[in-house]
Ligand binder design. Structure first.
Ligand SMILES: [Zn+2]
Length: 294
C-alpha cells in the first residue's frame, strides 16, 4: 500500500523527480547535463482522444514523461506508442486523479505494459473491482508511491508541476463525491502554464479560487469533468483566465457532455475551445515563452 504523506522517501535508483524539492540536486542536475546539450527545450502536453475519459501525456524538455489518467480502455497504449520512442518501456510518473473507470482503466493497461517509476494518487476509499485491481498492481510495481496533497511539487529542470488539490490527505478516507477528490495540478514552464482539475465540480473550483486566487491563472485549462455543467464555475474561469480550454470528451457520449452552459461560459470570455471529440488528439507545445497547438 501507499506510504503516508510524510514523504520520508527512499531514494530510488534513477529517480529523476524531486517531490517537495528535497532530493533533486544530484539526480536532476545529472539529467540537465546530459540533455541540455541536445534538447531544444520544449514542453509537450498531449490531450489524447480516448473517447469519454481523460488521458493527458506530458513530456518535459528533459524528456521526463508524465501521464495524468489513462482513459476508459487500452486505447491509451496506442496513443503512447505514437508519442514514445519504440525502445522506451518506462514512464516516469503516472497520476490517477480519481478512481472512476474513465480515468483509471487505461492506467492499469499502462502499468501492465510499462515500467512506472513514480505513482501519485489520493488513496481514497472506493469500492470497485477495477480499483482493487489498481491497488493490487501498484503494490507489486516497484514504484515510488505518493499520496497527493496540495503543496507538493514535482520538478523537472525548468518545469514545475504543483499539486493544488486535494487540500488534505485522503488516504483510505470515505467520501460522498469521488469527483471532488480529483487531484488538481498546475504545470508551469517559465511563462506558460497548464491547469488540470480532473472531474472536480464547481465547489472544488471555488475552493481553489479561494485558496490560490491569481496563482490559478493559466494559458491552458483542461476543462473539469468532460464539460459537464457540474464544473466550470464562472468565478473559476475568471481567475484562471485561460486562452485555451481543452475538453476531453467522447463523441456522442451518453452524458450529453459538453453541456451548452459550459460552452457559453467559455465563449463569453473569448476562450478558444478545443475538444477531443471534434479535434481528436490535441498537442500543445511550449518553449516556455510561446506555445502552439498541433
Ligand atoms: Zn471522468
Amino acid at each position: 500500500m501507499a506510504k503516508g504523506a510524510g514523504f520520508t522517501m527512499r531514494k530510488a535508483k534513477n529517480s529523476i523527480f524531486a517531490v517537495l524539492g528535497g532530493l533533486f540536486c544530484l539526480n536532476i542536475l545529472a539529467w540537465i547535463a546530459v540533455y541540455d546539450l541536445s534538447q531544444p527545450g520544449f514542453l509537450e502536453v498531449n490531450f489524447f482522444d480516448v473517447g469519454q475519459g481523460d488521458a493527458i501525456f506530458i513530456v518535459t524538455p528533459q524528456k521526463h514523461q508524465i501521464l495524468i489518467d489513462g482513459g476508459p480502455d487500452s486505447v491509451v497504449l496506442e496513443k503512447l506508442a505514437k508519442e514514445m520512442p519504440f525502445w522506451d518501456r518506462t514512464i516516469d510518473l503516472i497520476i490517477l486523479t480519481h478512481p472512476h473507470a474513465d480515468h483509471l482503466k487505461g492506467l492499469i493497461d499502462v502499468l501492465e505494459r510499462y515500467r512506472v517509476e513514480n505513482i501519485l494518487w489520493t488513496g481514497v476509499s472506493y469500492e470497485s473491482q477495477l480499483y482493487q485491481e489498481w491497488q493490487r498492481i501498484i503494490e507489486k510495481e516497484e514504484a515510488e508511491i505518493y499520496i497527493a496533497q496540495a503543496g507538493q511539487k514535482i520538478i523537472s529542470s525548468k518545469v514545475i508541476l504543483e499539486i493544488l488539490h486535494p487540500f488534505e490527505n485522503l488516504e483510505e478516507k470515505e467520501v460522498r463525491n469521488l469527483d471532488n477528490t480529483s487531484v488538481s495540478a498546475k504545470i508551469v514552464f517559465k511563462e506558460n502554464s497548464f491547469l488540470f482539475t480532473g472531474d472536480a465540480h464547481q465547489e472544488v473550483e471555488l475552493a481553489l479560487v479561494n485558496e490560490f486566487q491569481e496563482r490559478l491563472e493559466s494559458n491552458v485549462l483542461k476543462v473539469g469533468h468532460h464539460g459537464s455543467k457540474t464544473s466550470t464555475a464562472e468565478e473559476f474561469i475568471k481567475k484562471v483566465s485561460p486562452e485555451i480550454a481543452v475538453i476531453s470528451v467522447g463523441k456522442d457520449n451518453r452524458f450529453d457532455h459538453p453541456h451548452q452552459e459550459v460552452l457559453e461560459v467559455l465563449e463569453k470570455y473569448g476562450i478558444k475551445i478545443l475538444r477531443t471529440d471534434l479535434d481528436s488528439d490535441i498537442k500543445i507545445i511550449s518553449d516556455g515563452i510561446n506555445y502552439k497547438i498541433k
